[in-house]
Write a protein that binds this ligand. Structure first.
Ligand code: PMP
Length: 460
């Protein structure tokens, strides 16, 4: 079969039987999916033989890069020992023990326990049940409300999709579930009005105080937030935001949940985004970078304060998954964490490739199409606008220009993702300087191509 026949064959069979996540299948099937057949380091290869730089590390997860043989070997070794056993009925196994212990060591000091799940969504569903069980155990069963933020992403299960503040998700399937309350996000570029970033950071945080005043502390169990919103468009909060949240929650009986599914394991230049922003959370959902996506695994890190209640007075927690602490996934995660530590990849993001890419990425802010170029650690965004320097200008038909740019980027050999009319980036930590140069040159070409198209369409 020629390569183009091969691609056509995959596409036809995919269209016939496969419903993709977050996809309009009718239009996708008409266009045809890109078929990814191989990955190596920072690169993926499609069935037409194109080599594309994976600027999203899969879905923010392949932090050690594609195709690491050590992980394949660790998986194979564990498979040969015992490929599956559960952790429900008074049993455990060596990979679960070792991974729980390693996580207690690597996470911030207040975390010494983990509840294992398979994904970020399951982690956040677990958070909802754990928060409510915690307060009920303490004799406060009315503290069921969880405050979250508009444009947050916490997964797409009933619980995760409800905590998230994405209206298109809420519009299907009867979400949000009861007792989830959304407040404003700290998105200065889009919503900061005439305020400085610092003023706006305080104002956005105070939405939490207002919610507490309105709903009552006796009803609120937790506040959940991503240290940096990822899927919402790499929204890096102003420096004043997290300190103000800490001030508001100080001495209150409200748990703080830092959703570190994206920001965990080095993405922001520290092991956890909580360290980058000085967040002291009570619960911490993790997934993605825990195994660099080699196998599905996630967890909820449980602080000593919560563990004291759960382990003891809490009694049996009627919750768990067949694959909680799946031994092979746990072995893959352990090997991934070993690689991150031994190759000093967190330090690399903080001191080497992070600053190197940030400097060049921020220079893209001078392009006539870019209203803001921001990046922390290795997660960044480019806001596309019709008029500079105003932050207040926006393209009509939100999302159209972002999608045009995203498609150019793919064609030019770089995976970036579009959110509204911005492009976002989250490359592997192993990205070399030469690859970073290629990335920035390709992003620049993509902006030039998009600008020409925007002009042709009369949008600028
Ligand atoms: N929380 C955050 C912050 C996420 O970014 C995601 C996934 N993008 C999730 C939760 C859900 O994770 P999963 O897709 O593994 O269910």
């Amino acid at each position: 079969m020629t390569l183009s026949n091969l691609t056509a064959d995959y596409r036809a069979r995919d269209a016939a039987h496969h419903i993709h996540p977050f996809s309009d299948m009718k239009s996708l099937n008409a266009e045809g999916s890109r078929v990814i057949v191989r990955g190596e380091g920072s690169w993926i290869y499609d069935s037409d033989g194109n080599r594309i730089l994976d600027g999203m590390a899969g879905l923010w997860c392949v932090n050690i890069g594609h195709g690491r043989k050590e992980i394949a070997d660790a998986i194979q070794r564990q498979m040969a020992e015992i490929s599956y056993y559960n952790t429900f009925f008074k049993t455990t196994h060596p990979p679960a023990v070792a991974l729980a212990e390693t996580l207690a060591r690597l996470t911030p000091t207040q975390f010494n326990h983990v509840f294992f799940v398979n994904s970020g969504s399951e982690a956040n569903d677990t958070v909802i049940r754990m928060v409510r069980h915690y307060w009920a155990t303490l004799g406060k069963p009315r503290k069921t409300v969880i405050v979250a933020r508009w444009n947050a992403y916490h997964g797409s299960t009933m619980g995760g999709g409800s905590l998230g503040g994405m209206k298109p998700i809420h519009s299907q399937g009867g979400l949000p579930i009861p007792d989830i309350h959304h407040i404003a996000q700290p998105y200065w570029f889009g919503e900061g009005g005439d305020m400085t970033p610092d003023e706006f950071g305080v104002a956005a945080a105070r939405a939490l105080e207002t919610a507490i005043d309105e709903i009552g502390e006796d009803r609120i169990g937790a506040f959940i937030a991503e240290p940096i919103q990822g899927a919402g468009g790499v929204i890096i909060p102003p420096a004043t935001y997290w300190p103000e949240i800490a001030r508001i929650l100080k001495d209150r009986e409200i748990l703080l949940v830092a959703d570190e599914v994206i920001t965990g394991f080095g993405r922001t230049g520290n092991w956890f985004g909580s360290e980058t922003f000085g967040i002291e959370a009570d619960l911490m959902p993790i997934a993605k970078g825990l195994s660099s996506g080699y196998l599905p695994i996630g967890g909820v890190m449980v602080s000593d304060k919560v563990a004291e209640v759960l382990i003891g007075p809490g009694g049996e927690f009627n919750h768990g998954f067949t694959y909680s602490a799946h031994p092979v996934a746990a072995a893959a995660a352990l090997e991934n964490l070993r690689i991150i530590e031994d190759d000093r990849l967190v330090e690399r993001v903080r001191d080497d490739i992070g600053p190197y890419l940030q400097e060049r990425w921020r220079a893209l802010g001078e392009h006539p199409l870019v209203g803001e170029a921001r990046m922390t650690g290795l997660m960044g965004a480019l806001e596309l606008v019709p008029d500079k320097p105003s932050r207040k200008s926006a393209f009509p038909d939100t999302g159209k220009v972002g999608t045009i740019a995203r498609d150019f980027s793919f064609r030019n050999g770089l995976v970036m993702r579009a959110v509204r009319d911005s492009l976002i980036l989250s490359p592997p930590f192993t990205l070399s300087h030469e690859e970073a140069d290629y990335l920035v040159a390709t992003a620049r070409k993509t902006l030039d191509d998009t600008l020409a198209e925007v002009k042709r369409l009369g949008l600028k």
